[in-house]
Structures are given as C-alpha cells and as structure tokens.
Ligand binder design. Structure first.
Ligand code: ZN
Ligand code: ZN
Length: 347
C-alpha cells in the first residue's frame, strides 16, 4: 500500500496507509479516541434519543409496506431506491439490483441477546427481496456486516451471489460460505456486465475504522462504493467522518444520480466527529461528491449505537442545512422504512 497520494488524470487520489498488518486513515481530520475519552464517553454521556412508544413511532416514523410490483418492474428511466433501515438500502439502476450493508437482525452485535437493539423493524424479510445482482459491504462493524443476514442471503440466493467487500474481508466472507467475493482497496475498480451495458463498481475512501473482535482492529479496510452504469450512477457512503476523500470522489466519479449518506449517531460531537458525520457534514459530502440527489441513512433504526441525539434530529437538521445552503428542497431527503422513491437525473 503506497503512503503517498497518486495522480490520476491530475486528480489527487489519497490511498489508505498500511502499517504492521493494519490499515490507517491518511486524513489530517482523523483522531483515534484516547482511552480516557472512551471512558468519559461510556460513563458520562447522556442518551437524548427519547425513542417513544411503537404507537407514536407509527406516526412519526411509520413502516411502509413494500410495493412488490414496483420492485419487480423498476422504471428503467430512473434509479429506484428503498430504505430498509439503518444503512441498508436496495437500489435498482440500469437493470441492476444492488443491496448495501444488509442488516435484518434484531440486534447489531456478536450476540442476539445483548447489544444495540432495533426500535423499527425492517419492512420486509430477506425472503421477500427481489433477485439481486450485487451486495456492497462498506466495512465490518456489526451494524453494517451482520452474520445472520449474510447467512440468510446465501441460503436464498446461493453461494454465487456477488459480494463486494473492502480489502482484508474476503477470507471472512468465504469462511461463512460466500463463493463469489471481490475485495478491493480504495480507487480499485471492477467491471460487471449489466443488462443495459457495462457497470463499473469502485471502492472509494471514507474516514472510519474496522473491528469485529478484540484482536482484529483495522485489519480490514473501510470505505464507500461507486456504482456507475451506462445511464445512472450511485454512491454509497456507508459510515464515515468528514474528510477530503469526498471531494476526490466527486472529481473522479461525480456527478451521481443518487448518493446514500449517513446522517445519524453523531452525538456527543466531541467523541463522534472523527468517525461519524453530523447532518451539516453529510450535506457537505452531498456537495463534494456532486450528487444530484442524496438519501440520509444510518439513523432511525437502532437504539444505543452511540446515537445520543434525539431520534428525529438527523432528519430535521438535514432539511435545515439544505435551506442554509440554498439547495433545492428534497435534493437531500430521508425516507420512511420501506418507502420507495424513483429518481431521475433530470429532476
Ligand atoms: Zn462503523
Ligand atoms: Zn455504523
């Protein structure tokens, strides 16, 4: 892994650092939390999420029944999107159906008995999903890579389902039965043949980290994904703090028809800012990546995920931030769980 940035058509493309078997963020904006700050966060911080009863949630954040007809026959003129919940999205683009960071389990944790629990159910089961072409994984944290969901996806779609994962994660994926895994480092690409022509899938940077157990911190990389088809394009930001990488992604691959950008789990700010963007920074990523439309992800689904802001605040702050920038209302939107939206380039 090269330390220095490389030139690609005069765009500076920053690569991850790799030292002693571990990846490192190359960004000046990255700070690893000290043990003291970690303790202070665990002991002192107060949960302001105020998650109400299911009855009230049915009004403020309703579950929408999945429209199976629309999923079976996506309009080829647009990018069709469903928010399954948290960072999980299903996107249909240029004849391709893509699932990103699938989690359908009750908890994002090594155990289904403890750990952050869902307060909004997924709008469908894995069995109810349409035929899939590819699955994108941003990194190995439990809220983005869920063992139970991977196993159910393998049993529904077979071992030949095509997974795209960060470098360092292929061995884990194959150990649980995924036969077709492409692992990439930042700025590496693979072409796949879509029904409407070639589609480029590229792995791109974020500012984050990885860990599944006590001894594997940062042994696999983290990042975002670009899917560029003959007519439309999609950017999946996964989980990230704010960094210079997004301007580089916009320069190399933008503009995008649609981006999925995290907007939640940002409080307390003093602790979370290196690894999770707030809504203000999420809107800056929307601008940096030259996305025509963006959807807010990584909110409204799990309790106790360092998610100490009020549960509806991410949605409200994104709308306020759009106004502050003078951006078109609805150019960065949020959905209810299960809601489908069709997006065309021209809108
Ligand atoms: Zn994460
Ligand atoms: Zn996350």
């Amino acid at each position: 892994m090269e330390k220095e940035a490389s030139q690609d058509n005069e765009i500076e493309l920053t690569k991850p650092l790799y030292k002693n078997g571990k990846y490192e963020n190359p960004w000046k904006t990255w700070h690893k939390p000290s043990l003291w700050n970690l303790l202070k966060f665990k002991i002192r911080d107060v949960d302001h999420s105020n998650i109400p009863t299911q009855e009230e949630l049915d009004v403020t954040l309703p579950l929408v029944k999945l429209d199976q007809e629309k999923l079976k026959n996506p309009d080829p003129a647009c990018v069709q999107l469903v928010w399954i919940g948290h960072a999980t999205v299903l996107v249909q683009l240029d004849g391709l159906t893509i699932l990103a960071d699938p989690i359908f389990s009750d908890r994002c944790s090594p155990s289904q008995r403890m750990g952050p629990k869902r307060y909004r159910a997924p709008p469908c089961t894995i069995q109810e999903l349409p035929p899939l072409d590819i699955v994108l994984i941003s990194h190995n944290h439990y809220d983005h890579l869920d063992l139970g969901s991977v196993k159910k996806l393998i049993s529904k779609y077979g071992p030949n389902l095509h997974w795209f994962v960060p470098i360092g994660l292929k061995a884990w994926m194959t150990s649980i039965g995924c036969d077709r895994v492409t692992e990439l480092s930042w700025w590496e690409e693979e072409k796949i043949i879509g029904k409407q022509g070639d589609v480029t899938v590229a792995f791109t940077p974020t500012q984050h980290w990885s860990r599944r157990s006590w001894n594997d911190e940062n042994k696999s990389l983290w990042g975002s994904w670009v899917v560029k088809g003959p007519n439309h394009s999609f950017f999946f930001a996964g989980d990230t703090g704010y960094c210079d990488g997004f301007k580089q992604i916009g320069q190399k691959y933008g503009p995008f028809t649609l981006a999925a950008i995290p907007i939640g789990s940002y409080e307390p700010r003093w602790f979370m800012y290196p690894q999770h963007v707030n809504p203000e920074e999420a809107v800056q990523i929307h601008i940096d990546t030259k996305s025509k439309h963006s959807v807010g992800i990584h909110w409204g689904t799990f309790k106790q995920l360092g998610c100490f802001e009020h549960y509806l605040e991410p949605r409200e702050k994104v709308a306020a931030e759009l106004q502050r920038h003078g951006l078109m209302k609805g150019s960065f939107f949020t959905l209810n769980h299960g809601e489908i939206k069709c997006i065309s380039d021209g809108e």
